[in-house]
Write a protein that binds this ligand. Sequence first.
Ligand code: CA
Length: 366
Amino acid sequence: MKRREFVGGLALAAGASACGKQPAAIDTGADRSTETFKWNMVTSWPPRLPGLGVGADNLAERVEKASNSRLKIKVYAGGELVPALDVFDAVSRGTAQMGHDAAYYHRGKVPAAQYFTAVPFGLNANEMNAWLYYGGGLELWREYYQQFNLVPFPAGQTGVQMAGWFNKEINSIEDLAGLKMRIPGLGGEVMQRAGVTQITVPAAEIFTSLQTGALDAAEWVGPYNDVTLGLHKAARYYYYPGWHEPGPTLELIVNKDAWDTLPDDLKAIVELACQASNLDMQAEYNYGNAMALQQLKNDPNVELRPLPDDVLELLHKLSNEVIDELSARDEWSARIQKSYSDFLDVSAQNQLISEQAYLNARSAFP
Ligand code: CA
């Protein structure tokens, strides 16, 4: 009985270089049901952060339970093993076998990956899952990540976010000029074009930055997570909707060399655990956001407001410009954009007469 244990990236790298090929990828028909694996998962999240961080922990626990401890995964919060925003590179080079983060954190290196997190005025949570699982999105994602030695899985979903916290009122387009705002991804690029100064700040620093005036505004997620960070105590105006992140997907990425060492049943368990996490995190956010919104509505220091129509109209126009320019300079973005927007076009028509029509009807008659 050959027992194969990979403890950490060093053992993995040593094993791979000693063999010079992927030994376990060859199906010899041998019984592999007693092989055990110890893996590490690096994440971008503060420890036990509700939603994102807990979601990564739950994923690891589900895999361990479902595999009868044959695949054990130790989860590291952002900064514990590698810096919070270095997850992609760390898993790509094999420092850890797995990572949990948001694909748009790496837009400098993989601009097209932003389509697999969120696109301004793009697909919502349900539509993202439709596109990824049934519309060819996940196949494109897998193909795109091959060059980085990574296998990606959708593994979490926050649902539509909030436009963010502002220390001043936004009554017109002019009010955006000169604002210092924390907003990542394509949304950040759009805001920059609207006159905002985009600043990148990790989650743990948003509260202090708003308090000290280093930031005038910041988006993080939505009521559930924002209350956890205390953002309602650092800014007064809470704007919606989350035009920039309509249905952000979180990713689980697995180092391809490590993935190839897993027997088929453990691969299936990882895939199923990711699907479970994708569903479970969205449910947690839908519940948690509803509860936290009640708290915010009762808080005399918080004003909940919609962004003015002319501001949204400008952001929509600028979003189209940003997306068109990205496609013009990056082949992968053009290819993924085509698949994404082809589905968005037909899905929008369906949403109009289904979810959107229903929600309008539900709220029309109190
Ligand atoms: Ca966000």
